[in-house]
Design a protein around this ligand. Structure first.
Ligand code: NAD
Ligand code: UDP
Length: 313
């Protein structure tokens, strides 16, 4: 049988590079496409020169012609600091990027998986969130470029399926953490770990009572692979239902690294969702998937990785 040819957009990023590892280790071909906005060559350096691996510098807002079987469409900055850096570009990446990748999927008959997000639920009025919840998103706020970008990306997927029969898979990813997050990407897990390792106070935005549910990267990638390989189109929530306040997370990280550190408060950013927790019944039923790694267990390998990465400078 011919080896599966995978295109991973955003393949040099946090999730994309872990997916690259999984597919390369499974003996498949991987084309990693990235514009290196938030991705790093060091994340995929272990595969450069491998006969089944190719690296392409490209921006998904421009079309590209390639022959592939599967498109894992992850290209898009994910941390608020990065996606708000140039919000117009973020919206273009979500809309034009997904449009270009769906065009490619249609032309070559590839199956496309979209890395969508729990942000499509906005600041949810329904808690926890099932896939049937339609969300509460501000169309004109500072998070809208990302939230609305992903919503239109989902719409495009389903219209390509209805109009052209394109095979799609739509995954709503909840907050994910692990090795290879950028130390300066502003996300809460990386911020707290880096602050604690540097002996600085941990910064709670607001009073820290807002909640998130954190999924370890290995669990997330397993869910992604099952979704791509299975028959269910989605949208499907993939995340860890273990819900924590941001204050609880800060205490967990502080107590692991240096219990003497202070927790300080800073203003809550505009439109910051108050609560977020996935209902994963659909993933359990359709993919036989559920997370295996609790936050308490996933934090240590993440802390160890940051320690090593910061010591290299
Ligand atoms: P990341 O920022 O580490 O990775 C994104 C990658 O896409 C980077 O390598 C970046 O350089 C690349 N990229 C960005 N814009 C591009 C463009 N125009 N053309 C080509 N490449 C481009 O983020 P991540 O955490 O790995 O997220 C991957 C995907 O998963 C994103 O689509 C994100 O929206 C989605 N997601 C992630 C999370 C999470 O918690 N990590 C949660 C929900 C959704
Ligand atoms: N947050 C915080 N301190 C930080 C970084 C983030 O309290 O140093 C909060 C942020 O306001 C949000 C939560 O942590 O309520 C998760 O933020 P993140 O940017 O990781 O993800 P998202 O808001 O996109 O879910």
């Amino acid at each position: 049988m011919r080896i599966t040819r995978n295109l991973i957009t955003g393949g040099a990023g946090f999730l994309g590079s872990h997916l690259t590892d999984r597919l390369m280790n499974a003996g498949e071909e991987v084309i990693c496409l990235d514009n290196y906005f938030t991705g790093r060559k060091s994340n995929i350096a272990q595969w450069i020169g491998h006969p089944r691996f190719e690296l392409i510098r490209h921006d998904v807002t421009e079309p590209i012609r390639l022959e592939v079987d599967r498109i894992w469409h992850l290209a898009c900055p994910a941390s608020p600091v990065h996606y708000q850096f140039n919000p117009i570009k973020t919206a273009k990446t979500s809309f034009l990027g997904t449009y270009n990748m769906l065009g490619l999927a249609r032309r070559v008959g590839a199956r496309l998986l979209l890395a969508s997000t729990s942000e499509v639920y906005g600041d949810p009025e329904v808690h926890p969130q099932p896939e049937s919840y339609r969300g509460c998103v501000n169309t004109i706020g500072i998070r809208s470029c990302y939230d609305e970008g992903k919503r239109i990306a989902e719409t495009l997927c389903f219209d390509y399926q209805r109009m052209h029969g394109t095979e799609i898979r739509v995954m709503r990813i909840f907050n994910t953490y692990g090795p290879r997050m950028l130390p300066d990407d502003g996300r809460v897990v990386s911020n707290f770990i880096v602050q604690a390792l540097q002996g600085q106070p941990l910064t709670l935005y607001g009073d820290g009572s807002q909640t998130r549910s954190f999924c370890y990267v290995d669990d997330l990638i397993e869910g992604m692979i099952r979704l791509m390989n299975g028959n269910h189109t989605g949208p499907i929530n993939i995340g860890n239902p273990g819900e924590f306040t941001i204050r609880q997370l800060a205490e967990l990280v502080r107590d692991r690294i240096n219990p003497k550190l202070e927790l300080i408060t800073k203003p809550l950013p505009q439109d910051d969702p108050l609560q977020r927790q996935p209902i994963i019944d659909l993933a359990r039923k359709e993919l036989g998937w559920e997370p295996k790694i609790a936050l308490q267990d996933g934090l240590q390998p993440t802390i160890d990785w940051f320690k090593q990465s910061l010591s290299k400078g």
